[in-house]
Design a protein around this ligand. Sequence first.
Ligand code: GDP
Length: 699
Amino acid sequence: MPRQYPIEKTRDIGVVAHIDAGKTTTSERILFYTGVSHKIGEVHEGEAIMDWMEQERERGITITSAATTCFWTPTYAHGDKSKEYRINLIDTPGHIDFTVEVKRSLRVLDGAVVVFDGVSGVEPQSETNWRYADEYNVPRICFINKMDRMGASFENSFQSIRERLNPNAIAIQMPIGAESAFEGVVDLLRMKAYHFEGERGEKIIELEIPENLAKEAKERRHELIEKIVEQDDKLMSEYLEGKEPSLEDLKRVLRKATLAVKLIPVLTGSSLKNKGVQLMLDAAIDFLPSPADMPPTKGISFKGDPMERHPIDSEPLAALAFKIAADPFVGSLTYFRVYSGTIKKGSYILNSTKDKKERIGRMVRMHANQREEVDEIYAGDLGAIVGLKDTTTGDSLCDPENPIILEKIVFPTPVISIKIEPKTKADQEKMGIALRRLGEEDPTFKVSGDAETGETIIAGMGELHLDVLVERMKREFGVESNVGRPQVAYRETIRQEADAEGKYIKQSGGRGQYGHVRLKVEPLVGGTGFEFVNAIKGGSIPQEFIPAIEKGVREALDKGVVAGYTVTDVKVTLYDGSFHEVDSSEAAFKIAASMAFQEAAKRAKPIILEPIMKVQIIVPANFMGDVTGDLNSKRGKIEAMNDRLNNKIIDAKVPLSEMFGYATGLRSMSQGRGSFNMEFDHYEGVPNSVSQLIIEGKK
Ligand code: GDP
């Protein structure tokens, strides 16, 4: 089937929001309005929209899929279907404990609608998400939601965006009224007022700007135009000569500046009260990028050479699997985004990350209320493959003849673990399956067994992350379990270079054992992991034993040298040794290598590392002293303190081990009025006093 929508008429976007700001409501409205304007697969000509809406309400719109496809004809096109766009709405998570989910969705979306609560404006988590979006250079528009709520203020929220997120945010709308008198919005580019009528605001009425707002609208437009013309020399000089820029010019320059993240358009409305969402969709079409606007996608060849792919159908396929989800009807779904080329049903593709070929049996595109079987998915578009075997989140999928490994999504390693125990025998059987599935979906969730005790240990990015997974296990898989106390995932590393020799030699009677290695250990930069270098010259150890030696070192890394935690950020160079024609074996070299590594690491000033969390706390100013005093007693480092209205915002770095149960602690310190957010930041060496407690198992 040929391409239905040109790539320029595609938008891959996500709605990003602080929890409770209205992401769900806004997404639901988006799917509702796009559904009304475009009825997929429904051919009841002449059926009144209202009937369809009734049915829709009964059935309920589902917005749980990782990427939902919908269609939008901008309101200003007045129903001209040739102006219709395809929007792939990519799901983003609401809570920051799932940073990996935020990151992975940012990796596949080209633009974002950031939703704010019009009462509270910028909240701590909005800042975290904003920083991620900055990191990935994601063009954004802002939607100040909940203008109907008591205490809603467009101006305060807008200023909080400017002050705390980006001074180049510019208002392209202003509200008409606020709180219970919120009626609609003024479009400052068109200088028109819009009201939303009908049961769900589906009728858009364009009016002149009310008299009482005319002056404010004029001032705001003036400011807006100045900001836009600054971005374009020609427009600027015309403007200075007194020429008012045309709507087309303003839109064109604003689009360019938004794509470059030089300007950030701000809109407003109330999703709940069905006001403003359609105009926000128009703005997403007008100002957020199409996949064709994106820079080429970067990757590497199998040899490690840098490569690039362009968003063009005729290039070889390059796609990224960004989410694996269990679907109750079709089984496992692998969501992917195509960066170049096309992906065809019935073809073979290469999973270049795993170097495994997979066949594309069935492909689907998810809509709000149905899944559509598709034969081909083109560059810039998203879809899901049914039943892939070896592919997990973050893998690259490509043309087998033209392999490319796309830039990886870097997943942080888990920092916290708990023991988990099935409640009954029946639960035990189901638990294995449930844990495996959840692990496939979420690369920051790890499951391991303690061989000695037979216990199962699950590890993740925070207490809440693990709580949610345990809850999902119960809800989705019907597995009841008991969980233990959370434990910090400590690590170990070394602080200096050292050499050591390992000998495993037994030559008395029968077939002997002979393994002998010399190796050097050196510290690596934090987060690098492990590097093994074979520097054997002149065949002092035959090549065939080298893999066993590396394996022996890896096993020793896992066992640790200080307190039994995995050793990380270390380079091991094997530089000498000897062998015996008859007695040498892989097993002997493996043991010798383990011994050598342990000895070398002990001489290399080994230390314990602990996860340090980035914490942001908001409390009313009068509780500030208690909260900072408490942070100090937790070995926390306060990095910034800022004011916001009557609150203080404290940014700090605190060891994870000190943060268990902080939600309760903060509540009692602040009479329930404080809130906080935390995410993993980095690993750091622990002080000696703490190290001793960890070794003794007291921490
Ligand atoms: P999410 O956590 O960001 O997905 O937020 P939800 O969409 O679930 O909204 C959180 C709460 O805010 C719900 O009770 C919504 O009904 C309410 N809400 C969402 N949008 C609006 C709005 O525009 N006005 C008002 N007054 N409430 C809203």
